[in-house]
Design a protein around this ligand. Structure first.
Ligand SMILES: [Zn+2]
Length: 259
């Protein structure tokens, strides 16, 4: 059964027996000024490309999907490119059995594999859903009609205007700093707070050093979000920080377990 949406505001603690994995599907150079608004245009850093999988009992939620298009992988110079479905296979997850896919924003590396998850409920901000369907240009927006088919289907796709607590205790919050509808997912687990930042943080350093991202629709909104996670107790989980894959224990090749 797919998850249904609840609006209860107090369900922000997810079940103790949940497991959260980060999946790494490649790495590449990235312009420092894209990652940090004060970064150098002619300097390059190394980034990871990743997404997250939350398992609670037999329920599987993905936070972003990654992409499997080899042309995009070579365009963005990905090294060690592994298709996300191979990583899911290593975790014994069949894409058609994934219950829910939460999309942080409309960029290709966050939603291009959406059509693989034929039975999943999809959650995305109304703004980014509408911008995607309207083909509004935004850096990293690569229109894919198969993705649009899913986003257009109201029986599959649930849109959030500002903030909503999803079944299971995930808080989906629209920030609007990176893209117009860019969102994050917050929750607590076993007494620790976590935030899955999408690209509101490219790297943990955006939060730790309070340095705004370089690719921003609204820098003020991004800075306000970074200020909201400045406390050291919150575990920051971005999609592009290689440190995630050395900081947490590896359970399969290119997969680490956060908890
Ligand atoms: Zn992005």
């Amino acid at each position: 059964m797919p998850f249904s949406i609840t609006r209860a505001a107090d369900l922000n603690s997810i079940q103790d027996n949940s497991k959260l994995y980060a999946c790494f599907y490649g790495s590449s150079p990235f312009r420092e000024s894209f990652a940090f608004s004060d970064g150098k245009k002619d300097a390059s850093i190394n980034i990871a490309w990743s997404f997250y999988v939350l398992k609670t009992g037999s329920n599987v939620t993905l936070i972003d999907t990654g992409f499997s298009d080899e042309n995009l992988a070579s365009k963005w110079k990905l090294k060690d490119f592994t298709k996300p479905e191979r990583l899911l296979e290593s975790l014994s997850i069949d894409p058609v059995k994934v219950n829910r896919v939460v999309i942080t924003h409309l960029h290709f590396d966050h939603l291009n594999n959406l059509p693989l998850f034929t039975h999943a409920q999809v959650v995305i901000s109304r703004q980014d859903r509408d911008d995607y369907l309207a083909k509004k240009p935004s850096g990293g927006m690569v229109y894919n009609e198969a993705v649009a088919v899913v986003l257009r289907d109201d029986t599959r796709t649930h849109v959030v205007d500002k903030m909503e607590t999803l079944e299971g205790g995930l808080i989906f919050e629209v920030i609007g700093g990176h893209t117009r509808g860019s969102s994050v997912v917050r929750f607590s687990h076993a007494g620790t707070r976590y935030v899955l930042t999408g690209d509101e943080c490219y790297l943990c350093a955006n939060a730790r050093e309070q340095r705004a991202i370089g690719v921003a629709f609204n820098r003020q909104a991004n800075a306000a979000f970074l200020a909201s996670i400045a406390d050291l107790a919150t575990v920051i989980l971005p999609c592009h920080d290689p440190i995630i894959f050395t900081k947490f224990p590896s359970v399969k090749p290119n997969v680490v377990r956060i908890f």
